[in-house]
Design a protein around this ligand. Sequence first.
Ligand code: ACM
Length: 723
Amino acid sequence: MTVCVSRCYIAARNGMNPKREGLTQTMILNSDGRGFGLVFLCLLLLPKLTTAQQLTLNLTPMPVSVQAGTGSLRVDSSFSVALAGHTEPRLERAVERFLQQLARQTALPLSLKPAKTPQATLIIRTDHASKEIEEVDEDESYVLEVSTAGAKLTAPTPLGAVHGLQTFLQLVDISPDGFAAAAVAIQDKPRFPWRGLMIDSARHFIPVEVIRRNLDGMEAVKMNVFHWHLSENQGFRAESKRLPKLHELGSDGLYYTQEEIRDLIAYARDRGIRVVPEFDLPGHSTAWFVGHPELASGPGPYQIERRWGVFDPAFDPTSERTYRFLDEFIGEMAKLFPDQFFHVGGDEVNGKQWDANQQIQEFMRAHGIKNNQALQAYFNKRLQAVVEKHGKSMIGWDEILDPSLPKDITIQSWRGPASLAAAAKQGYRGLLSNGYYLDLGWPAARHYAVDPMSGDAANLSPEEKQRILGGESCMWSEYVNAENVDSRIWPRNAAIAERLWSPEEVHDPASMYTRLDSISARLEWLGLTHRTYYRRMLQRIAGSAATPDEFTALRTLTDLVEPVKDYTRQQTALAEATSLTPMNRVVDAVPLESDTGRRFGELVDKFVSTSCLDAEIEARLRTHLLLWRDNDAKLQPLAQRSLLVQEVAGRSQDLSALASAGLSALHAVSKRQPAPDTWKVQQFAIMEQLKKPKAQLLLIPIPAVQKLVEAAASGGACVGAKQ
Ligand code: ACM
């Protein structure tokens, strides 16, 4: 059987016609005597799925190859899993986790242990162990075959098995006959070996259980690196036994103990996830200096920073004490964090303390160090030697790129994609994070369109391209805490995960959004709170006396706004936010991407594409606009009773004004004569006003209503209305 299946794959992969090659579509009975007591269909002989069929499978990230079978595999309470080939405790735990998740998803009472017998619904065969300490470039591939008779998951190592189990979970859905997994044959492997998520748990402390459930989310979408940003001006979050003043004085008591860190690393390893710690040096370092002012370039004393931004404190790169200290600290952390990579930050050093320090200036003159960039390169060279001494490979933000550093370092590009290509050209490995900053509030489609191999990277030689290891999404935490962090990461992070796993050709945003809805719902089974937090936060905002209608009115408004984008949160604040500012406002509660706003936009596009003739769409648009126009009257009484609702009362009036403009446009469209120019100018002027943020919120349906106004101005023929 095994031979047949692999020949089928080879035939399919080589573009051969399997039938002509003498393979037949047949049921193949187990005869290998090694416990595959199941009947499998040689699924790869079946036709490739069309996009539409793939959509119904709702897999994220989309596998490399999906081929349809016939029918589906029943998933009922007799469902069982057996391990064959290489096994290890991690695999057994993976099976238990899989069964628990399947039980949660289906509410079926499943036996939660691997089957003792070789007969089982799903048989997992791995060939050998992966590396004890997971490395970049390990084989993460898997093959998953599901037929009406059973399922088989084959992978070289447990890493592929872990990924394949997640794919299986995504195949399971309710059907007219109960729960079932679609019959398919899937061959899959990642496009990039480094698919990371960075969480900044330094600016706002993120409790370990929150990190844990986000690791579960990463596993679900096959991300394999958790980059843990552990030190900042606002906090030093890792326990150091050798240098305890770091966490004791630099963390407000909010830090991870070494035991918690070890547990988390083990938890991540089980899920095929490496943990790369980041200790940001020489800037972003105020919290280090609270306990160790002697390391700084300026006179102390220092306090934990409460504000956001880039600050002056920086390590003294000219002092031997700095390197002795870092040797001790990195030596300790290198033992705690087993991963080969050690992130040293390196970003945003403003150099002011260096400029102001006479002794540092003299050092620079004496050593021919021309400027602060060269001084940082000097620091990085010394730092790299320390990191290497402790058996690690140094990684840092793109500011560390300097030709004087050894080729072993890796560059994480955040300021622009050009530095990634520049690094690869100079012989360095690199990762892309520019374009993957989740905190900037971009829609998933915008992240999804960013490809590590695009831009300057597209012109690299094949050898240079090999140096681009992948990318990482980044969750910086100025405006994020334990309550809302899941919602700032998910579901948009799944779109980035797909960009980094799936073939480059998988890039249709409409398909991505359809599948994002599905994965978002599935992620809830893991305990992620990216959906449930919203209602909870809105309830706090509305207060316990809100009537159901008032609450609905609040939700109608908040479903149509998003927080201001990019780095404008600070600029648009009435009072400067700090790490002590409560995060209980509407801007903290609403998702960063409005699904309702996006869907309304899609509906308007569809309407315009029918030259505004589709009466059914028109009626749906009108229903939305009427609801929005009349929403303000329902919300205003609540605004009188809640300060937090009062803050958005102006935005509520704006929604009403926007909806009135939309209704006026629909009315004009229905006349099928161009609306007067004066009317158009007036409507656009209204919308320009509405575009200004209020309560740090943007009204999302504005561009869609503008399209309706354009359509009305062109007489309903919608000429030029598609832009
Ligand atoms: C960064 O965003 N400063 C790496």
